[in-house]
Design a protein around this ligand. Structure first.
Ligand SMILES: [Zn+2]
Length: 299
């Protein structure tokens, strides 16, 4: 039997946003059962925006949430960490529009969660168990979700670059795999993308400290943390977007050269069609997320 969780105690960190360049303070605060993951803009009277597919706004180079004209940008790395750690309920308080990018990986969010600890709540966790496949495609990019007894992802990237090429990651999503396999993998971009992105008003906070920058045939700020750091990072992004389902998944997700736009389309269509899934508290067939019992007690 699996129970809902929150964090054991508040934890906070400060950094700049990748796209806005604005300094922001992120504070994670424990929340009661059935709250879900809720962002609060502390600079706007604690205006709350649920991390939920219904609040997905603009997705291009990052995923943004919007509710009644209030935004939270670049949510995917934080949400990937919370979702993989099996944190069902938490307030993510932010005093600016964009979640800090830190070093471009999810490592700093994992450190926050390790400091905060995990606390088991008394209410049962509600899983979304996928019953029928759903696929979304756009030219050669595609993503599908299929029935499974645990939460698995497979993510393939394919860039025509000597250091990238074809990379594929497949794993069962959980605390240990996330912490060791995915969290350290950093955001990347190609030098030819930098000027167009700047012209769009994006990556104002981008630097060699928070993204891997690839030149035509090499890397500007090596070394890589893993030879397949790109595939690992895209897997992290995928999980962060799937978190917008709003509850733990029992499903196998396969992404082939997908990106934020396709990830969030899948989430939106899944939420819109309840005949594709059922809500269940029983997940004995496979422990899909980090088992709270195995974590250090924090209360
Ligand atoms: Zn990313």
């Amino acid at each position: 039997m699996s129970y809902q969780t929150t964090i054991g105690r508040p934890a906070e960190a400060e950094g700049i946003g990748l796209h806005t360049g604005a300094r922001a303070r992120l504070r994670l605060v424990p929340a009661p059962a059935d709250t879900g993951i809720v962002f609060r803009r502390t600079d706007l009277d604690n205006f709350a925006i649920e991390a939920d597919g219904r609040n997905v706004a603009r997705v291009s180079y990052a995923t943004s949430l919007m509710k009644k004209g209030v935004w939270i940008s670049t949510t995917e790395h934080l949400l990937a960490a919370l979702y993989s750690y099996g944190i069902d309920n938490v307030y993510a308080d932010l005093d600016a529009i964009e979640v800090p990018i830190f070093d471009g990986s999810a490592g700093p969010f994992v450190e926050l969660l390790e400091r905060a600890g995990i606390r088991k709540l008394r209410r049962r966790r509600k899983y979304m168990k996928v019953l029928r496949p759903l696929e979304v495609a756009e030219k050669d990019r595609r993503i599908g979700i299929y029935p499974a007894d645990e939460f698995r992802v497979r993510c393939l990237v394919d860039y025509p670059h000597a250091l990238v090429g074809r990379q594929e990651i497949e794993l069962r999503v959980g605390r240990t795999t996330f912490r060791h396999v995915l969290a350290p993998a950093r955001t990347f971009c190609f030098t030819h993308e930098i000027e167009p992105l700047r012209a769009m008003g994006l990556i104002r906070g981008g630097s060699l400290e928070n993204a891997i920058v690839m030149t035509a045939d090499g890397i500007m700020n090596g070394p890589l943390r893993f030879p397949d750091e790109f595939g690992r990072h895209k897997t992290l992004d995928l999980i962060g977007d799937l978190a917008l389902v709003g509850r733990p998944l029992l499903a196998h997700v396969i992404a082939h050269k997908a990106g934020h736009a396709l990830h969030t389309q899948l989430v939106t269509r899944l939420l819109a069609d309840p005949s594709l899934w059922t809500e269940t508290t029983a997940a004995e067939a496979g422990a899909p997320l980090a088992a709270p019992e195995a974590l250090p007690a924090s209360d």
